[in-house]
Design a protein around this ligand. Structure first.
Ligand SMILES: [Zn+2]
Length: 413
């Protein structure tokens, strides 16, 4: 277990925060510091064909050790951390044999990780937790995933009696700013399918995510002196607020869960002459997703119809852009890849928690690029902030899941 802890700490103590304002890949140069270390480490443990391209995408191979034909599988993680919270000078704390009580992360600043607020903590009583010192994030998202993949590969190399096919490993930059899959060379990776090790609590297995689109509605107005405005002025801000009031009231993020989709207003700007409403549309169901987009188009058309005479032109203009799609469509035709992961967990006495993701993953983009890619737990909790923590036992279990998936995939039966 100490080995996993040491490896994990060697990753999280290197700052790899990605930068949404940068145009380059990787978005921040500092990510390459860890990337270069990872390349060295992959070579050192005995991985073959270790490559890093100019954009920081790392790939490596563990060759098959069986005679018969086995599908090539891949395991993928990202080494950047979110720009939402600082990842510089991470000072991990190790809590052995957790007693189920409050954990003081930082006495000076009175920052406490408490099970009365974070109830999930209680399921890890008696385990070893790695936490922050209350001033940074931890980076278990997704350096736990990297730790697990490297450790699993090392284990397979040291245990040649465990039979497996060819395994590909991929580490990416910039996942946290939505670009992790953008430059991922699926052809070069050459796997039949893969798993991102990027979920949260032990047992998580995900192959459904939202269909996602972003919309921008621009309202035109007419500015006239308010004292002489009767019948002449059109205040675009009032149009914008009316538009928002016509959206289904209960279909918003704060009132939905599970498979329930929503409209989410993300921004409003306005003046009398012009206002814009930005929103995002999310739904797991493809048909409902389409309907939601149609609803916005129809609503916009209604506004135009109503004001055509007065304004003389379209008063509202809508632009909708699809962002990503539910990977379910790409995973269902090869559903055995989910079944194998499920079976691996069950064999290790881990209860699979299969639930739809209310968001997207790199795996959904990869699935649409031709690499079906469900998501598996990496073990951490409370990502993107100072309360982030990871139980070492969960990381150990994730290592075992990777090994077991490799084994089951090569199983002739
Ligand atoms: Zn992640």
């Amino acid at each position: 277990m100490q080995h996993i802890i040491d490896r994990f700490i060697s990753y999280v103590t290197v700052d790899t925060e990605s930068d949404p304002n940068s145009e380059t890949t990787p978005s921040s140069k500092k990510q390459l510091v860890l990337a270069r270390n990872l390349v060295k480490e992959l070579k050192a443990i005995g991985m073959e064909d270790v490559t890093m391209d100019r954009k920081g995408y790392i790939m490596a191979t563990l060759p098959s050790n069986v005679e018969h034909e086995v599908p090539v599988i891949g395991f993928i993680s990202h080494y950047d951390t979110t720009p939402d919270f600082t990842g510089a000078n991470v000072k991990p704390q190790i809590i052995e044999n957790y007693d189920g009580k409050d954990i003081v992360l930082n006495a000076e600043q009175n920052i406490v990780l408490s099970p009365s607020y974070f109830k999930d903590l209680l399921q890890y009583k008696g385990q070893t937790l790695i936490t922050t010192d209350g001033t940074t994030l931890l980076g278990a998202d997704d350096k736990a995933g990297i730790t697990e993949i490297v450790t699993a590969m090392e284990y397979l190399i040291q245990h040649p009696e465990i039979l497996h096919g060819k395994i590909r490993v991929g580490f990416t930059p910039d996942e946290e700013i939505g670009r992790g899959a953008h430059h991922f060379d699926v052809e070069k990776f050459g796997a039949d399918w893969a798993y991102t090790m990027d979920g949260s609590q032990i047992g998580e297995l995900e192959y459904e995510n939202f269909n996602a689109a972003g919309a921008k509605v621009t309202f035109k107005g007419k500015s006239v002196h308010p004292g002489y405005a009767k019948g002449k002025m059109i205040n675009s801000m009032l149009l914008a607020s009316k538009f928002i009031s016509k959206l289904p009231k209960k279909e918003v993020p704060e009132m939905t869960k599970g498979y329930e989709g929503f409209f989410h207003v993300t921004g409003i700007t306005g003046s009398i002459e012009e206002s814009t409403v930005s929103l995002i549309i999310r739904d797991h169901d493809k048909k409902l997703f389409k309907k939601r987009k149609e609803f916005l188009h129809e609503l916009t058309a209604k506004f135009n119809k109503k004001f055509k005479k007065q304004f003389g032109d379209d008063i509202a203009i809508i632009e909708i852009k699809d962002q990503y799609y539910n990977m379910k469509e790409k995973v269902e035709p090869v559903f055995h890849i989910v079944k194998i992961a499920e079976k691996a967990m069950k064999k290790l006495d881990i209860k699979p928690i299969i639930k739809p993701i209310r968001g997207g993953t790199d795996g959904c983009q990869l699935s649409y690029k031709g690499l079906p890619c469900p998501n598996i737990f990496a073990g951490g909790h409370n990502f993107h902030g100072k309360y982030e923590y990871v139980p070492v036992e969960s990381m150990q279990k994730a290592v075992e899941v990777i090994v077991k998936i490799a084994e089951l995939t090569a199983d002739k039966k």
